[in-house]
Structure formats: structure tokens, C-alpha cells
Design a protein around this ligand. Structure first.
Ligand code: ATP
Ligand code: MG
Ligand code: MG
Length: 354
């Protein structure tokens, strides 16, 4: 059978591997840790640094198609290492999503609205940019931020050295803080044939920068859901994308949609799809990159997905005894505070029929 190569063996890689196994694909995983979560499911492990060209060449040698579970894969090494082995989603999606300045410029360039922003290449530029944007802003590292790390809220009162100390260093991006009513995300997919499918958007709540819950349908009116799905489709098409994408939005009190960021991969806020839909985001990604038809995205339950972070994994015994709950643990040996250990999805009958 064909082999799917996955760069990254965390929980997302593991869940992709589980879905791919149900279609009889073999799985090769590249990760620095031989005992990473996906290693328990993979047929082959390539142990090495993510950005290492030699390791990626070994992965490519084992694989018919290569994908990734995180957006910080070094673009030039993977391009060189892969040669003729197809990469899905394409390298352009990595380039756009791994740098917040490139990402916002791309989005604005295709007519998609974001928070107002300024690139900050040196600390001296901060004062002017802050004045320009009118105070109350968030300074973020351009690259490598996740779970709210590498961010500092700043106002006219903040000393700039404090702000830069908090996030590390330039290059950075300064974003106007958006007074959103709530946040939502769209999980969407594009197939090799160019077809596009989107799941219902989820309302997301973050605690200390980490996603806590995703609720579908949440507080999302149908017209906002449709508008958000349309934006996701536009992004997919403009990137000639193949695979699943996560698009995070801010929703204003007046219903205005601003894109926060895009993730060129399966997304934590889409984990509810494994309980709520016939075809989960993981199977959908496998279908797309394997050149199969996209699966149905219709939702059959109302869902609340909750992340089990750190010690919360101890709730497993109680959760697994609930009657309408799907529990998913990631097989991480060590529980650490702030670490995503698993998630749970509670389902209820559809509040609105299909
Ligand atoms: P992820 O784990 O989703 O990749 P991240 O570290 O890349 O997160 P962001 O998504 O940029 O970070 O920001 C994390 C959260 O911080 C957002 O979901 C939102 O709640 C808040 N936030 C970020 N930027 C802004 C903004 N410009 N205005 C208001 N809130 C913001
Ligand atoms: Mg992010
Ligand atoms: Mg985010």
C-alpha cells in the first residue's frame, strides 16, 4: 500500500496516522523523539530534527506523499529533500503561515480583513507604530509562536524594553488589539481536484493563551458561519491548497469578521469533528492528500470539545463513564502543566435539524 509521511509526531500526527491506518495506508513519521505520541501508531519512525535535510530525505524515501502536523517546518530543506515526492499542503502554505507578517500581507492582499498591524524590525520602530495604531496593541514574535507564547499586550504605558523582553526579540509584529465578541474557527479542506468543503465553524474559548473549548454551533449565526466558510474557501483556492486548513477569526459585536491566523494543518478546534461528523478532519486531510474525494462535512450532533491540559487528564475515569462523551488521550508518558494531554467531546442532539 501507499505510505504517507508525516513531519511531526505529536498528537496531530498521531490522529492523522490513526485515520490513515483505517484506509490501509502505511505511516512514516519524522520526529526528534523516538517515543513521540505518533510513534505508537506509525509503521516507520525517522528520528531526527524537524529541519534536518538528511532526515527529511529519509522520510521522503519511505513516502508516496509527505504532509506535516505543524507549520514551522523549514521550507528550503524540505523542498530540497523531497525532490519529486509531493508535499501537501504545498510549501507556499508553510511560507505564508509561519511568519505573521507574510501571513497578514497575504491575507490583506487577497482582500481578507485582519487586525491592523505593523512590522517591527527593530525596537526603535515600536514607539512610532504604537502611536500609529492608537495604543492598546499586542506585540508578537513573527515566527514560532503557539499557545499564546511570544506575545505581550502593550499600551502607551508599557516600556518598550519590557515588551521586547517579554517576547524575546525583533523581528516582531505589532497588532491592534481587537475588541472581539467571541472567536471562531473554520476547518476546511481542498481536494486535489480543487473541490472545497468546510465544517461548521466552532466558537473557541482560550484560557491563558491555550484553547480550552470549541463549541458548535456556539453563538454563531448562520450568516456569519457562511461568511467565515467563504473566506476559508477563498484562502484555500488562492494557495492552490491540498489538505485541511484551520482559519481562526475574531467576530465583532456587529458581526464583522477578521482573520486572526491560519494553520496549514488539522487544527485543535476541529477535534469535535471525530464525534460530530461521519468524516473527521483527520480522515478529510488523508482523503485530500491521497487524492481521494473529500468526505461529507455535515454535522450530526451539537458538540462541545474540551482540551484536557496538564493534570486535567486525571478526569479520564469520570469522563469515560459519561454516556454521551468521546474521550481521546494522546499517549504522552509525562504529564506537564500546560501540556495538551487529550480532549473530550460531549455531544447532544442537533439544536437545529440538518
Ligand atoms: P495558536 O495556539 O492558536 O497557534 P498563537 O500563539 O499563534 O495561538 P494567536 O492565535 O495569534 O496565538 O493568539 C492567541 C490568542 O490571543 C487569540 O486566540 C486571541 O484570544 C488572543 N489575541 C491574539 N491576537 C489578538 C488581537 N490582535 N486582538 C485581540 N486578541 C488577540
Ligand atoms: Mg498560531
Ligand atoms: Mg491562534
Amino acid at each position: 500500500g501507499a505510505t504517507i509521511g508525516i513531519v511531526g509526531g505529536g498528537q496531530l500526527g498521531r490522529m492523522l496516522a490513526l485515520a490513515a491506518a483505517r484506509f490501509g495506508y502505511r505511516i512514516a513519521v519524522l520526529d526528534p523523539a523516538a517515543d513521540c505520541p505518533a510513534s505508537q501508531v506509525a509503521n516507520e519512525m525517522v528520528v531526527g530534527p524537524y529541519g534536518d535535510e538528511a532526515a527529511m530525505r529519509r522520510l521522503a524515501g519511505l513516502s508516496d506523499v509527505v504532509t506535516y502536523e505543524f507549520e514551522n517546518v523549514a521550507v528550503e530543506p524540505i523542498r530540497k529533500a523531497l525532490g519529486d515526492t509531493p508535499l501537501s499542503p504545498p510549501a507556499e502554505a508553510l511560507e505564508v503561515s509561519q511568519d505573521r507578517v507574510v501571513e497578514k500581507a497575504f491575507l490583506n492582499g487577497i482582500g481578507v480583513a485582519t487586525a491592523e498591524w505593523r512590522a517591527i524590525d527593530a525596537a526603535e520602530e515600536l514607539a512610532h507604530a504604537l502611536l500609529d495604531l492608537g495604543g492598546d496593541c499586542i506585540l508578537k514574535t513573527r515566527r514560532f509562536g503557539y499557545d499564546g507564547k511570544g506575545q505581550a499586550r502593550i499600551s502607551a504605558q508599557t516600556t518598550f524594553s519590557d515588551a521586547f523582553e517579554a517576547i524575546g526579540s525583533a523581528p516582531a509584529i505589532l497588532e491592534k488589539r481587537v475588541p472581539f465578541a467571541f472567536e471562531l474557527s473554520v476547518i476546511a479542506a481542498r481536494g486535489r481536484d480543487g473541490s472545497v468543503a468546510a465544517y461548521d465553524p466552532a466558537e473557541n474559548v482560550h484560557t491563558l493563551g491555550i484553547l480550552k473549548t470549541s463549541t458548535v454551533p456556539g453563538r454563531i449565526p448562520p450568516e456569519i458561519a457562511d461568511a467565515a466558510k467563504a473566506v476559508a474557501g477563498q484562502i484555500l483556492t488562492r494557495l492552490a491548497y491540498v489538505g485541511v486548513i484551520g482559519v481562526e477569526f475574531f467576530v465583532g459585536n456587529d458581526g464583522t469578521l477578521l482573520v486572526n491566523e491560519i494553520a496549514p494543518r488539522v487544527h485543535n478546534s476541529g477535534h469535535w469533528t471525530e464525534a460530530g461528523c461521519l468524516v473527521s478532519q483527520f480522515e478529510q486531510h488523508v482523503r485530500a492528500i491521497a487524492g481521494l474525494p473529500l468526505g461529507p462535512t455535515a454535522r450530526h450532533f451539537d458538540c462541545v470539545m474540551e482540551n484536557l491540559v496538564g493534570d486535567e487528564v486525571r478526569r479520564f475515569d469520570a469522563l469515560v463513564a459519561e454516556p454521551a462523551t468521546m474521550v481521546h488521550l494522546y499517549g504522552k508518558a509525562e504529564t506537564r502543566s500546560g501540556r495538551k494531554m487529550g480532549h473530550v467531546t460531549r455531544v447532544a442532539p442537533l439544536s437545529k435539524p440538518l
